[in-house]
Ligand binder design. Sequence first.
Ligand SMILES: Nc1nc2c(ncn2[C@@H]2O[C@H](COP(=O)(O)OP(=O)(O)OP(=O)(O)O)[C@@H](O)[C@H]2O)c(=O)[nH]1
Ligand SMILES: [Mg+2]
Length: 381
Amino acid sequence: MKSRAVLAYVGPKSLNLSHKLEEFTSLAQVAGFDVVEVVTQFGKPDSRFYLGAGRAGEVAKLDFDVFIAYHSLTPLQVYNLEKLFKREVLDRVQVILKIFEKRAGSVESKLQIELARLRYNLPKVKEYVRRVKMGEQLGFMGAGEYAVDAYYRHVVRRISTIKKKLEQVRRGRAIHIKRRRELGLPEVVITGYTSAGKTTLFNRLVNEKKLVDGMPFATLETYSRGIDLWGVKAILTDTIGFIDDLPPVLIESFNSTLQEIVEADMVLLVIDGSDPPGEIARKVETSVETLGEVGIHRERVIPVVNKVDKMGLGRVAAVRGVVEKYFTWFVPVSAASGFGIDALRVVLFLKMPGYRVRRVEDPHALGLRIGDVVFVAERVY
Ligand SMILES: Nc1nc2c(ncn2[C@@H]2O[C@H](COP(=O)(O)OP(=O)(O)OP(=O)(O)O)[C@@H](O)[C@H]2O)c(=O)[nH]1
Ligand SMILES: [Mg+2]
């Protein structure tokens, strides 16, 4: 039977709150929980119970198995809530980790997730250690002082082992990227908020069949393929999606995806145009921020508004208003139906770094033909 979860959000009453809560609910469901109630409280989180003490007392009377907070909880809040509810207490980051765990395929992503989880939980384990040492006879998961200490040491050791293993994998990846670089091919990376349609677009552009299922985080590993556009050759890479409010510990653990993005000569930022404008703004902001954090200049970014098949005509103008806060232009496509894909190919052909496009009069030349005119791309070194 599924665990029944109560979700809680304590914070400002923001414009996008209902969507944030919808996303939170769907994350909990994908992680395997049955959501029985979503509790909201506006204002600052309580330092002891996250919810106000009175409200926490009311929640304690509800019928549920797990309590999940929207924000990262402090060790003290976890400790107090667990004591009050006598049930498991989690937060949204741990839910995301559960999804990652369920979906991770490669050795690298499994290690990354374990590392993220251990690092994320370490302060909580520390808090238990401290309390047990102070003489509070609860122990971690009912264990005594010796066991808690041993567990803590185990966690610290395990973190260091995983880091070493990941370092090896990353060196391998760096060599791999370097080899690709030596081929001299530009790298194009597809990024964007989770479920924006990155993999659908990737599949469409390189004729692949990578998993698309409509749930957040269908893609957990980067995947590359060669692409050839009228003589412009490049490497196209699909990546893991961005999401709001992810702590740096988690982002760091997914370093390999960021590594691919940092190396990119060009970044396609996929935007779900079928979202309400407020949601588009929130997701574009998160994506632009994340790209900025890894040092991607906006000039290297091509915004692609996807799912136009689901948008009415009036919506295009609204979307333009939102996207143009960050970019002066965008390419509208429907990765699912194929609409706009040829236009996107032409944009990639014309803008690919490392190539110069020239118009030639020779009608037999190999290149992009528009009417009687042929455009030929040449490598520039
Ligand atoms: N209507 C419509 N749906 C689309 C389009 N492109 C993708 N989708 C749907 O959007 C959902 C997410 O698509 P994915 O390609 O998996 O998105 P993603 O960005 O790779 O998602 P993650 O890997 O989970 O971050 C799926 O249900 C797709 O079928 C489109 O152009 N139009
Ligand atoms: Mg994907």
